[in-house]
Design a protein around this ligand. Sequence first.
Ligand code: NDP
Length: 286
Amino acid sequence: MAQVIDGKKWSSVSRQETAQTVELLKAKGVKPGLVVILLGEHPASMSYVRGKDKAATEAGIYSEVIHLPSSTTETALVQLIERLNHDDRFHGILVQLPLPEHINEQSVIAAIAPHKDVDGFHPVNVGALALGISGFVPCTPLGVMKLLEYEGIDVTGKHAVVIGRSNIVGKPMAQLLLSKSATVTICHSKTQNLSAFTRQADLLVAAIGKPCVIKADMIKPQSVVIDVGINRLDGKLCGDVDYASASEVAQFITPVPGGVGPMTIAMLLHNTVLAAQRMAGITTSE
Ligand code: NDP
């Protein structure tokens, strides 16, 4: 049976590390602050935002949620972001996605000051990741890298297969694995014979958004399987991997829920504190 990578446990470790850094910063007169902007009443988004707010407060971060109607115009949203860019209480600005259809997401993301873009979606930060220079890394793939680090899993020279090429998960995931010297293959919905790739994967990252696409016979024995997907099947949460059968084959596996999900929030707190450190001129290793 595969060893379960416990995202709840590791996110708690990470959040404690962050809380300790917050204490040190406060002693230097710096109070990290995060503002989350939410438009509309989308139930999943509202739940994610509540979770982020609570976790930030628990870590000692000053947290505010600005909840606006879904009818808010793009111009009004961009003006708000521009004000927050100059508001010293906030080191991190996050706009909860998805946005209502009348708003251009890329224009809104581009309005966030790159040094406050703790989601790592601004083109400057996307470019920094591609170049391997200092910036902000999107929270979910960063959380995956942190899980691997905590578990002592070295990806150097390993074949990592990432399924999914979105800007928020698949592409940055591939960049991060490449930066750690993995040999990286990216698969997507047009990939022919997906299982021919997945069966070669020493590390398989599934970020598809479809329940149980990855079956046991698609997994290389003794590999590491990271399931990013969050899906609902018969009223229950599940990942992209058929967990029960896959855990018979893999060496390590993340469950859903309780795997990558909790790390995403932990990395948001991490990035917020990193932003505060950078703005205060404190040198970090990142
Ligand atoms: P997207 O829908 O943006 O991307 C999905 C990717 O999967 C696309 O690149 C798509 O290919 C590819 N894909 C779809 N179907 C198949 C298939 N049958 N075979 C191979 N590839 C396929 O989703 P996200 O990247 O935003 O999210 C992926 C999943 O991760 C979702 O379940 C989401 O809920 C979850 N998620 C979890 C987070 C967490 O905190 N744990 C955070 C963010 C997301 P193509 O590009 O060709 O369309």
